[in-house]
Ligand binder design. Structure first.
Ligand code: SAM
Length: 244
């Protein structure tokens, strides 16, 4: 049902999208679908918004930020690119600056998981009236997956991107009944929803390696037990690739 949308978009995104050469932004765009209006919440420099317009994914973008200073960077980028009324800037907290139904797509990237959850919870009507959201929590992805189960938001795709020596998780959501997750899946994501299985397996192997290092340094046995449990979750998810 949803897979056709993503495959279509892989082809849709132009090769020459500027987006300041960020692989992360390129992958965010690959999860988006063409809409009349897409909102970029916490736009900061405005690179994602600019890339959306340049890729032809949005007729108009609404770039928002809580910080006037941040949004100034976006404003000057849009002026330089002569986007005119196709790029609107709004200062404010999260999705509050949007009217319900105004944006068909909403992107929230580059913030911690708890902040993204707070932003989503603050405006249920606007969230439920959009067609899709792409979120990229920089932390606590397991908590985000857990909480989404209580928010009438369904994860339809997941991806990860390696940039600046870090993995970033990308989740595409749609309003609707969420699927239930096992405890392990809250940490790994559901394998059948991964855009790229190879990237998923590399990510799991990376997380297992990190847990191993943390385990070596763990001081209390209580901590060690929790870390070892996580290590096992990532290790068995990462080993799937070797078995098939
Ligand atoms: C690290 S930047 C991410 C920029 C861009 N979205 C990206 O992924 O590259 C985070 C931005 O979110 C903004 N921000 C933080 N809290 C916010 C909120 N509650 N509502 C809107 N923007 C917020 C910050 O001012 C900052 O410009």
């Amino acid at each position: 049902m949803t897979s056709s949308i993503v495959i279509f978009n892989f082809a849709f995104i132009k090769e020459n999208v500027a987006m300041q050469e960020s692989i992360r932004i390129r992958q965010i765009l690959q999860l988006c679908q063409p809409e009349t209006v897409i909102a970029d919440i916490g736009a900061d420099h405005g690179y994602t918004s600019a890339a959306l317009l340049e890729a032809g994914l949005a007729e108009k973008v609404i770039a928002t930020d809580i910080s006037e200073h941040s949004l100034k960077k976006a404003k000057s980028l849009f002026a330089e690119k002569r986007f005119g009324i196709r790029a609107e800037c709004r200062i404010g907290d999260g999705i509050n600056v949007l009217r319900p139904g105004e944006a068909q797509g909403i992107i929230i990237s580059g913030m911690g998981g708890h902040l993204i959850l707070r932003i989503l919870r603050a405006c249920p009507e606007t969230v439920q009236q959009c067609k899709w959201l792409v979120i990229s929590p920089q932390s606590n992805v397991d908590i985000v997956r857990r909480e989404l189960q209580n928010m009438q938001l369904r994860i339809i795709w997941e991806d990860v991107v390696w940039e600046d020596k870090k993995y970033y998780s990308l989740l595409k959501l749609q309003p609707g009944k969420p699927e239930s997750y096992t405890e392990a899946e809250l940490y790994t994501g559901k394998e059948n929803l991964m855009v790229d299985r190879k990237r998923f397996l590399h990510h799991m192997q990376y997380l297992a390696q990190r847990q191993e290092q943390i385990l070596q340094k763990a001081s209390s046995s209580r901590n060690a037990a929790t870390i070892a449990e996580l290590l096992e979750i990532y290790r068995s998810a990462g080993e799937k690739g070797e078995r098939t």
